[in-house]
Design a binder for this molecule. Structure first.
Ligand code: NAG
Ligand code: NAG
Ligand code: NAG
Ligand code: NAG
Ligand code: NAG
Ligand code: NAG
Ligand code: NAG
Ligand code: NAG
Ligand code: NAG
Ligand code: NAG
Length: 534
């Protein structure tokens, strides 16, 4: 009796840690390659050569000891690279499995990155800070150096638990699901996820992994390469949010992987491609691609608010390798936080890393000295605003982002009552402007939370942004709603009084509070509703 009672309590205790899609919706994720995030004390900080494709020394313990850098930037979750045992042996033509994606025995932890206790300690520390832990899992395939590997090394030891070798034909879905990823240097034998023993073994494996390490969510590698009907039961057994890697940039090809018949969510590759098209400098500078992707996403994705928005990861070139202008990063980044979806920042994005594709996009973070850069500060502000909106405003999180304006070089997106005005003109000052027709009344007071400048809406709801200081993003929040945000001089506690003055007699009642500390420093052109950067 007592044991039954204890097990019941234990199950409740465990459920309390697992997080659902709804709980993840409001989170903000920092993505980490475990080997590359932080060094143990005493290690040589100059020894890591990205091009060598070998271990550089990061572990679960070094992440645990360096979480302030992530939490201080406002992130509420981390995603770590795979934790399970990888190939052990001679260096391959593509180096060593420092990244964690070359699974050998998935039933074991990867002792390169620490012990079971180290992983539990990381999980505990993440939770102590009120953050979530997302772990990357690779179930589509294992890794081998030949077409006939020694199966005794793997968790699945029977021939029929793998699909027979064939190379992937990317025009044939069955082939994408059943053939082997990788190439003839490094084979990725395809696990037969239609085999009933494989299905049930994977289910008990993931349930145990999630419970043992109190994992809150899963990032699923190569999710497109597994028969889709595998996922509902697998994620059901895990009992946590699942976000899959579906490397498809067309909404039509990507959207079928989100929903009850597939996964909770997928990484937002369609929007990633559109953001590159729209903002990268040099580049197509085609903002219509973003408008088009937004429209299609609303129509075709089950729930765009759960998609994982990103500008970088370990499979694509760094933003800085595609775009030479920091303002293009800032504008695109503002979109990933202030539109629909869960923002994900890949470690090093905040340090302006500029490596090309694999392996150059997996740089060690420590040579940056974890500097408090302008990008880091901007991310901190974006997280602070988003975290505030998530908990304080009337369902900002569930309101669908609307496109208010598109011009050849600018766009504005409104989600809830927050209006982001973005441009791809880059850093050089330009004699151009973007006029946005907002639904706000004349003289409505807003604050750009990036510059802390006050703006008043002009006649006909117009806000005009001029770029005489270059193409900086602008994020307008009704000033009234910033009380409690801790942003731009507003108190971090709701309810505390603050010096305030009305804009003018014409101001709409209730929307007229200006920050007295700011008013002397800002220029508000009430008649035009415009502000000139200077
Ligand atoms: C698609 O790939 C599967 C698996 O390799 C193969 O059996 C099938 O013949 C292919 N279909 C076509 C139309 O090529
Ligand atoms: C810009 O993107 C739109 C929407 O995706 C596309 O129809 C159009 O062809 C693109 N224009 C250029 C110049 O690439
Ligand atoms: C892209 O990355 C490669 C390799 O890391 C580097 O040589 C090149 O300079 C980078 N390009 C840009 C524009 O940063
Ligand atoms: C990090 O610190 C080292 C040692 O002080 C210095 O040589 C290096 O230039 C710094 N790097 C950056 C990016 O600040
Ligand atoms: C980064 O610098 C900004 C501006 O000086 C400061 O407000 C912020 O607290 C710093 N962040 C950290 C983590 O030191
Ligand atoms: C929102 O509030 C809940 C409950 O107080 C808290 O658990 C969560 O961490 C908060 N979310 C954010 C993003 O601050
Ligand atoms: C601040 O508190 C008031 C009253 O307690 C509440 O009506 C309002 O919604 C709160 N505002 C924010 C931004 O949390
Ligand atoms: C900016 O553009 C306006 C209207 O197109 C023009 O009147 C003005 O002279 C321009 N200013 C500069 C500094 O080029
Ligand atoms: C007023 O705003 C609407 C959009 O809300 C726009 O179509 C119209 O041109 C604007 N009128 C003037 C005079 O600016
Ligand atoms: C602002 O204006 C409202 C209505 O016009 C008035 O009731 C209020 O006292 C004014 N507040 C301040 C601080 O002047």
């Amino acid at each position: 009796m007592a044991l039954v009672h204890f097990l019941f309590l234990l199950s409740i205790f465990r459920v309390a840690f697992a997080a659902t899609a709804e709980q993840w919706r409001g989170r903000s994720i920092y993505q980490i390659i475990v080997d590359r995030y932080a060094l143990p004390a005493g290690a040589d900080p100059t020894a890591c050569d990205t091009g060598k494709q070998t271990w550089c020394g990061g572990t679960w313990a070094t992440i645990k000891d360096n979480l302030d850098y992530i939490q201080d930037a406002g992130f509420t979750a981390i995603w770590i690279s795979p934790v399970n045992q990888n190939y052990i042996g001679e260096r391959t033509p593509y180096g060593d499995p420092y990244h964690g994606y070359w699974i050998q025995d998935i039933s074991q932890l990867n002792d390169r990155f620490g012990s079971a206790d180290d992983l539990k300690a990381l999980s505990d520390e993440v939770h102590r800070r009120g953050m979530y832990l997302m772990v990357d899992v690779v179930v589509n395939n294992v890794m081998a150096l030949s077409q006939n590997p020694d199966l005794t090394k793997f968790m699945f030891k029977e021939q029929e638990q793998y699909h027979p070798y064939c190379s992937v034909d990317y025009t044939n879905l069955t082939s994408e699901q059943d053939c082997w990823l990788g190439d003839t240097n490094v084979y990725l034998p395809d696990v037969n996820t239609q085999d009933s023993t494989v299905v049930s073994t994977y289910q008990s494996w993931i349930k145990d992994l999630v419970q043992t390490y109190n994992i809150d969510g899963l990032r699923i590698d190569a999710a497109k390469h597994v028969n889709t009907d595998f996922w509902p039961q697998f994620c059901g057994a895990a009992g946590v949010f699942c976000i899959g890697e579906v490397y498809e940039t067309e909404v039509d090809n990507c959207s079928p992987y989100q929903g009850p018949q597939a996964l909770d969510s997928v990484l937002n590759y369609p929007m990633y491609a559109a953001l590159v098209d729209g903002f990268a400098i040099p580049g197509a500078l085609n903002l219509s691609a973003i408008a088009d992707t937004m429209a299609q996403s609303k129509q075709k994705f089950k729930d765009p608010g759960l998609l994982g928005n990103f500008l970088e990861n370990h499979d694509v070139p760094r933003w800085g390798n595609l775009s030479v202008d920091p303002q293009s990063l800032y504008n695109a980044m503002a979109f990933t936080f202030m539109s629909d979806g869960i923002p994900i920042v890949y470690y090093g994005q905040e340090q302006y890393f500029y490596g090309a594709s694999d392996p150059y996009n997996r740089e060690p973070l420590w040579p940056s000295n974890y500097t408090n850069t302008t990008a880091y500060q901007m991310i901190t502000t974006l997280n602070q605003l988003r975290n505030f909106l998530v908990n304080s405003t009337d369902d900002w999180l569930h309101s669908e982002a609307q496109l208010l304006t598109t011009t050849p070089h600018g766009m504005s997106v409104m989600k809830g009552n927050v209006i982001s005005i973005l441009t791809n003109i880059g850093s050089p000052p330009a004699n151009t402007s973007i006029a946005v027709y907002t639904p706000f009344e004349n003289n409505f007071a807003t604050t750009d939370i990036l510059s802390c400048r006050q703006w008043a809406v002009g006649s006909n709801g117009t806000v005009e942004v001029q770029y005489t200081r270059g193409g900086e993003p602008v994020i307008l929040v009704p000033s009234d709603h910033l009380q409690g945000s801790g942003l731009c001089g507003y108190s971090a506690q709701n309810g505390s009084s603050k010096a305030a003055a009305n804009v003018s007699s014409g101001a709409a009642a209730g929307f007229s509070r200006f920050d007295a500390m700011m008013t002397s420093a800002v220029l508000v052109l009430l008649s035009l509703g415009s502000f000139v950067f200077n």
